[in-house]
Design a protein around this ligand. Structure first.
Ligand SMILES: O=C(O)c1cc(=O)[nH]c(=O)n1[C@@H]1O[C@H](COP(=O)(O)O)[C@@H](O)[C@H]1O
Length: 214
């Protein structure tokens, strides 16, 4: 499975379908977050799966343990590959999510890449997630090495905040795809650098080319 996850942050089924068709040579996992899921949740998951691809359901569950447990069970019924919870939900919530049998992979958001933080806060949350039986964390590319060192190589690290070229937007803790992969990211999550490119397929191809060289 290749390491690029394309964030389908669009609010139109047809647009999402076109993006999946155009980029399928370079992407195996597509991220569906609230923007798209609220428009056409189940249909979009089906379309991606029917295209032979995997779905990363990024709804960042953060609620009381019983609600999160049932949300994970619902995501399991959808047949997604992975989903997110927020580590700030705490130990009991994380354990309730992890305890669901035969569930998708669960990744916990540590500190959003749009926020400035100290690495110690990210590590604290990553360690908590690991202790609770969560499979990995979402963090910025700047913390990959530290998380792998503290939580072990098997613990997944998924990094948004990926910028092939410098941009001026809401992402604060960023790196290039090459650096993130070199640092040990299991997956890199990319949205706008592909979605807003003049030619999304070419942008995906170029990022793919840059990481398979490593
Ligand atoms: O959970 C996420 O995927 C996520 C966590 C985080 O800390 N930062 C972050 O940017 N994301 C998501 O990753 C994607 C990044 O998109 P771009 O900034 O357009 O490349 C968006 O869909 C965000 O919702």
């Amino acid at each position: 499975m290749n390491k690029i996850i394309l964030a389908l942050d669009v609010c139109d089924f047809k647009k999402a379908e076109k993006l999946v068709k155009e980029t399928s040579s370079y992407i195996d996992v597509y991220k569906v977050g609230p923007i798209l899921f609220l428009w056409s949740g189940k249909e979009i998951v089906k379309m991606i799966k029917d295209s032979g691809k995997e779905v990363f359901l990024d709804l960042k569950f953060h609620d009381i343990p019983a609600t999160v447990k049932r949300s994970v069970e619902s995501a399991k019924e959808l047949g997604v590959f992975s989903l997110t919870v927020h580590s700030a939900g705490g130990e009991e919530m994380l354990k309730a999510a992890a305890a669901v049998e035969n569930r998708p992979r669960i990744w916990a958001v540590t500190v959003l890449t749009s926020q400035i933080t100290v690495p110690q806060e990210v590590i604290k949350r990553a360690k908590l997630a690991k202790t609770c039986g969560i499979d990995g964390v979402i963090s910025s590319p700047l913390e990959i090495g530290l998380i792998k060192k503290e939580c072990g190589k098997e613990f997944n690290v998924i990094t948004p905040g990926i910028r092939p070229a410098k941009t001026d937007d809401d992402q604060k803790r960023v790196s290039t795809p090459e650096v993130a992969v070199k640092e040990g990211a299991d997956f890199i999550v990319i949205g706008r650098p592909i979605l807003e490119a003049v030619n999304p397929a070419e942008a995906a191809k170029s990022i793919y080319g840059s990481i398979i060289k490593n």
